[in-house]
Design a protein around this ligand. Structure first.
Ligand SMILES: C[S@@+](CC[C@H](N)C(=O)[O-])C[C@H]1O[C@@H](n2cnc3c(N)ncnc32)[C@H](O)[C@@H]1O
Length: 339
């Protein structure tokens, strides 16, 4: 079982960790009242005060429309009037000065405080949205573009992505000089048909783009993934449904350095939120089964995995750095999920 040396450094670190979880919960509750609201000048000032209070970085809330309008996908691909029986595109209008999320989870500082960047546009803007029934699969919304930013940048050589959506990432990759070809695995034939009929013809590139009709889990194996220089996995709707799917992938293979996962940090945050209070209980010599019993549903399952994992470790944690490297360590988090 993992053990701790009791000292002042760890006393403070443990308390700071738990306090950062409380602070983030207060922050999110406060901010949630403003989300989707049309900001008056006064509301904008109030909001900026809140961001300052929590030290959330912000250079004003106004988001430059050019981030969207000058994005090559947004400029080159038009999705009006695309429709089929199961999958359809709809136009969603974001009204001017309406507060929206502009990206997913960003960690702030060394503990567990995080924020979701927010902002508004100065004018109304229409966005195409790909839907299957009520499920929204993809829109070239600002948060989608920003959250795929790192994956877009890292693309080079032969690229693979799992999940076609409306083909934003494949297009942005194909436009890069460093990218040689793009392969996509997509499960839904309707999504592929719509893409082939309406979207691919608008792509301004002659580079190779291959679409494979198949299930992510059949292709997520070392032999297939190693045929590519860079892989980006994106077949979930949000970090909510993503954690279960990501966990299944981790059980298959978890240490391929050239493979990244959409909104991984956001998904792993849920695991950190169990590990921190669990380790605090161990540090204080409290009964860990009481801690596990205090969780419910999916969290109980996660807490049980966390317990099983730390029981197998027999190291002694002495410093804040050692503690934080466990909590933020991707290899640790993935190993816990993979059990
Ligand atoms: C969020 S979208 C991907 C967006 C894409 N990155 C883009 O740039 O437009 C997710 C896609 O994954 C597909 N999908 C869902 N489950 C899948 C699975 N098990 N295997 C392969 N594709 C899947 C969905 O049909 C959908 O097209």
């Amino acid at each position: 079982m993992i053990r701790f040396e009791r000292n002042t450094e760890l006393d403070i670190a443990m308390k700071n960790l738990i306090r950062s979880m409380v602070d983030v919960s207060d922050y999110i509750t406060t901010i949630s009242h403003y989300m989707g609201m049309k900001l008056t000048r006064q509301k904008e000032k109030d909001l900026i005060e809140i961001l300052r209070k929590y030290n959330v970085p912000q250079e004003g809330l106004k988001y430059d429309l050019k981030v969207l309008t000058e994005n090559p996908y947004f400029k080159d691909v038009k999705l009006d009037s695309v429709d089929s029986e199961t999958v359809n595109y709809e136009k969603a209008t974001i009204k001017k000065r309406t507060l929206i999320s502009t990206n997913f989870h960003q960690l702030m500082g060394k503990y567990l405080f995080h924020h979701h960047p927010i902002g508004y546009f100065e004018a109304d803007i229409d966005l195409p949205v790909l839907k299957e029934g009520k499920k929204i699969w993809m829109s070239p919304a600002i948060s989608e573009l920003e959250s795929m930013g790192e994956g877009t940048e890292k693309g080079h050589g032969k690229c693979l992505t799992i999940g076609l959506g409306i083909g934003v990432l494949p297009y942005l990759w194909l436009l890069k000089d460093e990218v040689e070809s793009v392969t996509v695995v997509e499960i839904n034939q309707d999504v592929i048909d719509l893409f082939e009929k309406y979207i691919r013809p608008q792509f301004r590139t002659a580079k190779k783009l291959e679409i494979i009709h198949g299930d992510a889990f059949d292709y997520y194996n070392e032999d297939f993934l190693n045929q590519f220089d860079y892989v980006y996995v994106d077949f979930w709707e949000s970090s909510g449904d993503g954690l279960g799917l990501y966990t299944r992938l981790m059980k298959k293979k978890r240490d391929l350095p050239h493979v990244d996962f959409w909104v991984e940090d956001s998904m792993l945050h849920n695991v950190k939120y169990i590990i921190a209070p669990y380790l605090y209980a161990v540090y204080e010599g409290r009964c860990v089964t009481d801690f596990i019993s205090s969780t419910d549903g999916d969290l109980k399952e996660l807490a049980t995995k966390v317990n099983r994992y730390f029981k197998t470790r027999n190291d002694v944690v002495r410093t804040e750095d050692e503690l934080l490297s466990i909590i933020h360590g991707k290899d640790v988090l993935r190993e816990i999920l993979a059990q």
